[in-house]
Ligand binder design. Structure first.
Ligand code: ADP
Length: 499
């Protein structure tokens, strides 16, 4: 019989030659490798260079006593199985030997079958022991590999230049890396375990982590990025994703933060540059427009139709340039935070009614109706900069007029409660495809299709609107259906109520 790996080595120690040879024959047939010794001393000597797994040991031999040989074998190696061979008269000795650690015994004289059974039992025991050992080794190797893998992943996360923070479903931080601690300027020995708000003061980031942790965003890139300022000269950008189990269950959130200060500074420089250049361009352009207007007036009768057309095109183009510059200046002002800075108590619906009145001529030119629906009772007064509100509603109504075909209808509705004033601007125009909705508030974003191709614009209007509203803590949303129309909804918070 073979064990899974190696041939079983057996040492037979008996002073009777017949027994030694008989054992050898039987055991060789069981595919074991056998050595023999006639005395205890010889057996121990053999074992100096050759390790048997099993020893058949006669207890009654001349020379060293069998019991002593048993003791010395186990002194050398506890794992060797010793089977004592003993005469009937010495069964007690055999029992004694087993108490001292012998594995089994075979009484003399024995039949070959008896020896085979005893040897088979010992071999099986060794085989099982070997298997258990291999399993244990394998388990330890797997554990070691896993440990190595985990520590490797950990090392990588620790070495990342970006801050990484992981929260569980309750929003508690379970992991953070040194870059997170560094970026947020936390003490170097900061440990995970608390809620996100205990490490990050920005509400937007805390809410982002909480919402992702609670499973609000199931798609990987659904959650918005949040940019936040740590101080006057340090800005971070946080992006988060849900941590999902194999069956898609949300286990928490992983939020990565990186330093966007350099980009922010560059952006600020760019805005300052744009503001400066725009400012410098505005007055000469206004002069050119005035002069063109004078020329057109003066040559109205004499100039050929072609010349008049060219002059009025030049005047229109100058006007678009002035509009563009106006928009750029607005954007720059929003970016450097200088909007909505002259708040006064305002009866919102009154101002809106006058804006709508003012824009009726523009709508009339396209045979569109432009109406305002006012609340049944006056709204609470609100502290805000009238110029800011004018810019917001003016831009929304101008867009509604521009992106609605002739004869369409535009409706401005004002309502609200003690907490919010709600202004909607709805039109029956071209509508906006779903895929563009998230981008139309970005700077310079314009939807290009057959309907909008001939409508001029800068793509800055809605970004100005959004910038102004953000600076006031107000929100804007849009619903739209292609071919049916669009509805922009502005919610102005009334905390600043001045009633
Ligand atoms: P501009 O009007 O100068 O292009 P905006 O930032 O005001 O820039 O608007 C961005 C884009 O959003 C527009 O180009 C237009 O495609 C789309 N849009 C805005 N308002 C409406 C509207 N009421 N109906 C349809 N499309 C609109």
């Amino acid at each position: 019989m073979k064990n899974s790996q190696q041939i079983m080595k057996i040492l037979v120690v008996d002073d009777e030659k017949d027994i030694r040879d008989g054992c050898e024959r039987i055991l060789i047939r069981m595919e074991c490798e056998v050595k023999k010794a006639s005395r205890g001393e010889e057996a121990l000597e053999t074992m100096e260079t050759w390790r048997p797994s099993i020893v058949f040991l006669d207890l009654k031999m001349p020379g060293i006593d069998g019991m002593e040989v048993l003791r010395r074998i186990h002194e050398k190696d506890q794992d060797i199985l010793v089977i004592v061979i003993t005469g009937y008269a010495t069964v007690e000795t055999a029992i004694e030997a087993m108490k001292k650690g012998a594995y089994d015994f075979v009484p003399k004289p024995f039949e070959p079958a008896q020896l085979r059974i005893v040897a088979g039992r010992a071999i099986e025991k060794l085989r099982l022991r070997q298997e258990a050992l291999e399993l244990e080794l394998k388990r330890q190797r797997t554990l070691a590999d896993l440990g190595k893998e985990q520590s490797r992943t950990r090392t990588i996360i620790e070495a990342l230049p970006n801050g990484v923070v992981v929260t569980n479903t309750e929003g508690q931080v379970v992991l953070m890396n040194p870059a997170f601690i560094r970026h947020l300027g936390l003490p170097p020995d900061t440990q995970p375990g608390n809620f996100m708000k205990d490490y990050v003061s920005d509400e937007g980031v805390v809410n982002l982590a909480m919402e992702i942790s609670q499973g609000k965003f199931t798609e990987p890139d659904q959650a918005p990025a949040v940019e936040f300022a740590l101080s006057e000269d340090k800005y971070l950008m946080a992006r988060g994703r849900p941590v999902l189990s194999e069956d898609g269950e949300c286990l928490g959130a992983v939020v990565v933060m990186h330093d966007v200060t350099a980009m922010k500074m560059l952006d600020r420089l760019k805005s300052e540059f744009v503001a400066k250049v725009s400012h410098e361009l505005r007055s000469p352009l206004a002069t050119i427009r005035e002069q063109l207007a004078l020329v057109i007036q003066g040559v109205v009768d004499e100039a050929s139709e072609q010349d008049q057309y060219l002059l009025s095109r030049a005047k229109d183009k100058t006007q678009s340039l002035i509009d563009l510059i106006g928009d750029l200046l607005d954007v720059s002002r929003i970016e450097c935070g200088s909007v909505a800075q002259q708040p006064v108590p305002l009866q919102v619906e009154e101002l809106l009614a006058s804006i709508v009145d003012f824009m009726k001529a523009k709508a009339g030119a396209k045979k569109q109706s432009l109406d305002i629906i006012l609340p049944p009772a006056p709204l609470p007064k609100m502290r805000m900069d009238p110029m800011a509100l004018e810019s917001v509603v003016g831009n929304l109504v101008a867009n509604a007029i521009n992106y609605t075909p002739d004869g369409g209808a535009i409706t401005v509705e004002v309502g609200g409660d003690e907490k919010t004033i709600k202004v909607t601007v709805a039109d029956t125009g071209f509508g906006i495809e779903e895929k563009h909705l998230a981008s139309i508030f970005d700077k310079f974003y314009r939807v290009k299709n057959d309907k909008t191709r001939f409508i001029t614009g800068t793509g800055l209007g809605l970004s100005i609107v959004k910038g102004i509203l953000d600076s006031m803590g107000a929100t804007i949303s849009v619903d739209s259906e292609v071919g049916k129309g669009s509805r922009f909804t502005v919610l102005l918070p009334l905390e600043e109520s001045c009633d």
